[in-house]
Ligand binder design. Structure first.
Ligand code: HEC
Ligand code: HEC
Length: 218
């Protein structure tokens, strides 16, 4: 008898707990009930998860096919953003150590004759500190041994101007990409706040501007 009542109490408690849990799982208000979040609205794909139709893939990327010299430049996304490549790059990519056609037209020595924008002075400035490994195995930056190359921040930056393109800028397509004009997965509401009057069409990052806020003389 004693055992029976223990079981009964146990069952009643379990039932109460079950009801309790169920209750807490029910939303306090009915807000949102009846509103359905569809699979189609969850991600960038606009079809349900079982479809692989043309719509699933969205707008096809259509890069400009106008040859270099006949294309229309694209407005910069923000002040000193790397400009998008407005012309066809067919046959120019990938850029390799032996074949960089971009330089053939964008080198400041020839750009004006080619009607192309010359690459700016920032591309002829080496920001990398001279790095070496000392005999004790420590890394040295600009001749100063350092244990943590990330922590020393600007001490590791160096600004060395040169008359030719620096190696770090050789792979143009790392930063300058072609733009597919009409393929928009989501609407872009970003509005640039240009700090130069001609910020939408030209780089301002040269001369003294290049050095602004950079605390290094090396
Ligand atoms: C045959 C010459 C030529 C070659 C090669 C070339 N370009 Fe161009 N590029 C131009 C010209 C000319 C323009 C200006 C727009 C026009 O007239 O089509 C231009 C415009 C640009 C712009 C936009 C500049 C701005 O002020 O908005 C970028 C970025 C660019 N090119 C990058 C590249 C990259 C990267 C490569 C290599 C993959 C390359 N170009 C190869 C001639 C060339
Ligand atoms: C590491 C990223 C990076 C690489 C690599 C790079 N660029 Fe740029 N480029 C930029 C940025 C950022 C700007 C805008 C700010 C500035 O002027 O530095 C720019 C600006 C430009 C401009 C516009 C200049 C102006 O006066 O408005 C041209 C043209 C250009 N780059 C061409 C090239 C070419 C050609 C190459 C390859 C030889 C190249 N870039 C490699 C980041 C890059």
């Amino acid at each position: 008898m004693k055992t029976m009542s223990k079981i009964t109490i146990g069952l009643v408690t379990a039932a109460l707990l079950f009801v309790g849990c169920n209750e807490s799982a029910t939303p306090a208000t009915n807000d949102g009930v009846g509103k359905t979040v569809t699979e189609e609205s969850l991600g960038l794909r606009k079809t349900d998860l079982y479809s692989e139709t043309t719509e699933t893939f969205g707008d096809k990327a259509r890069y400009n096919t106008a040859a270099a010299g006949t294309s229309k430049k694209i407005k910069r996304a923000f002040q000193d953003a790397p400009p998008m490549v407005p012309h066809d790059v067919e046959g120019m990519l990938p850029i390799t150590i032996k074949d960089n056609q971009c330089i053939a037209c964008h080198d400041p020595m020839v750009a004006a004759d080619m009607g192309a924008t010359p690459y700016p002075s920032s591309h002829m400035t080496n920001f990398r500190a001279a790095t070496a490994i000392a005999s004790d195995g420590r890394i040295s930056k600009n001749g100063v041994a350092t244990d943590n190359t990330s922590a020393d921040g600007l001490k590791n930056v160096s600004i060395k101007k040169q008359s030719t393109l620096v190696g770090a800028r050789f792979n143009c397509s790392q930063c300058h990409a072609p733009q597919s004009g009409d393929a928009l997965l989501v609407e872009n509401n970003f509005e640039a706040d240009f700090t130069s009057a001609d910020g939408a069409t030209a780089s301002s990052w040269n001369g003294t501007k290049l050095m602004e806020g950079i605390d290094t003389t090396k």
